[in-house]
Write a protein that binds this ligand. Structure first.
Ligand code: ZN
Length: 270
């Protein structure tokens, strides 16, 4: 599933080919995404020029003067820069066609993604109530500390709550908690400011290193049959239950917290 680093890598991959480009049409071959792709998407977006490609949480936002195209990659979506005449692959559901003869082609086998149109300045329900971006200055130790007072929820669930901070998926929550020496089940309200400062540093570090790694795949966004890679990184705990801790050698344990698997070291994480 594309996590925040993959979405940010996608943004960086497609932005140079999209910004400043005039949209001629949106070809929708299958409307059945997570929500139906609006019938009038092509008439809304057609003729508009993309002024910026932004990201908020895991949403990609293609801004134009007449509104914003909102794209979410869902569980299995990907975008490639193609020519509209290139051979279609299975699950190539949408082409965003540009006047210069190129298009952004959207492939999504599981169809959990979405393509929606937002009117200018209209707050969209999907984007309101979102917490700060994890790589912004608004996400800092003091913020998490204040926000967590009185909260009994396990720190891992608290950290993965999009109203607290967006885009910290299961992999990154596991890794950042390990690096910070914090047990995933510890009550969020019982963690000190000093430990929250460390946790924030580690969240930023694991996300930044994943984005840096994604940078090596940027050329995969142009042409070809391949899909942009969702990159594997060096992981300390995620997916390593039963294996030795890389810091102390103890066997890593696994538990379920709020439907998600947590992997942690009982010696290193308290
Ligand atoms: Zn350990």
């Amino acid at each position: 599933m594309p996590e925040l680093p993959e979405v940010e890598t996608t943004r960086r991959g497609v932005a140079p080919y999209s910004e400043g480009q005039r949209i001629t049409e949106v070809i929708v071959r299958d409307h059945r995404l997570r929500w139906p792709v609006p019938d009038n998407l092509s008439s809304r977006a057609g003729g508009q020029t993309i002024t910026a490609v932004r990201r908020r949480a895991k949403y990609l936002l293609f801004d134009t003067d007449a509104g914003t195209l909102l794209v979410h990659l869902g569980m299995s979506g990907s975008l490639r820069v193609m020519s509209p005449t290139d051979t279609l692959l299975k699950h190539d559901h949408i082409d965003l066609v540009f006047e210069n003869g190129r298009c952004l082609r959207y492939n999504d086998p599981r169809r959990f993604g979405c393509w929606l149109w937002l009117k200018p300045g209209e707050p969209h329900p999907l984007l309101t109530h979102l917490g700060p971006e994890p790589l912004s200055d608004d996400f800092n130790g003091e913020y998490l500390y204040q926000r967590s007072r009185g909260r009994k929820a396990p720190i891992k669930q608290f950290l993965m709550d999009g109203k607290v901070v967006v885009g910290v998926g299961n992999i990154y929550a596991n890794e950042a908690l390990f690096l910070s020496g914090i047990a995933p089940s510890r009550a969020a309200g019982r963690i000190s400011l000093a430990r929250y400062r460390r946790l924030v540093d580690n969240v930023k570090q694991v996300l930044t290193s994943a984005i840096t790694q994604g940078g090596t795949t940027l050329r995969d966004f142009v042409g070809g049959d391949g899909k942009p890679g969702y990159f594997a990184q060096q992981l300390y705990v995620y997916g390593r239950a039963g294996q030795p801790c890389k810091a102390c050698g103890s066997e890593l344990r696994e538990s379920r917290l709020g439907q998600r698997t947590s992997v942690y070291c009982v010696t290193c994480q308290r």
